[in-house]
Design a protein around this ligand. Sequence first.
Ligand code: PNS
Length: 164
Amino acid sequence: MEKKNNIAVYPGSFDPITKGHTDIIKRASKIFDRVYVAVLHNSAKNPMFTIEERIELIKRITGEFDNVYIDTFSGLLVDYMEKINANVIIKGLRAISDFEYEFQMALMNHKLNRNIETMFLMTSAKYSYLSSSIVKEVAKYNGSLDGLVDERIVDDIINRAYKA
Ligand code: PNS
């Protein structure tokens, strides 16, 4: 059988990137030839960080993975994937509550492009409660971000939370 050159995309808002995200990126980088972390350009949300800032924060903590690339996209994920010749969507699944929405997205993306598959990695148990929203909430009320986000981006989040 022909050997496939599997290019995976890990899409999301990453506002900001958490340790749960980094864990998925690290594990995906061991499975796929190339992993694109694709930051969604979504003007409808009220983000803590701009796209450029989010990309910079992600680059700062994923520099050690040599097959991981950081990019941004707008519009449909499957259209972006076609452009970069990617065939797998990576998603982290935290709990049952994630499943229904992710199942719907996976089916829709597969309907839009039959060559694209979604693969789920179970989030490591220690990060199963973590989300970008929870990180922002904790930072806003001056709680400790220890263990929630990479040490190298803690100050950026705290400084931004105080400004908000
Ligand atoms: O981190 P998030 O905000 O949960 O990520 C959501 C994301 C970016 C994966 C999702 O909103 C997405 O893929 N948006 C692009 C539009 C699209 O292709 N939607 C799916 C088919 S309707």
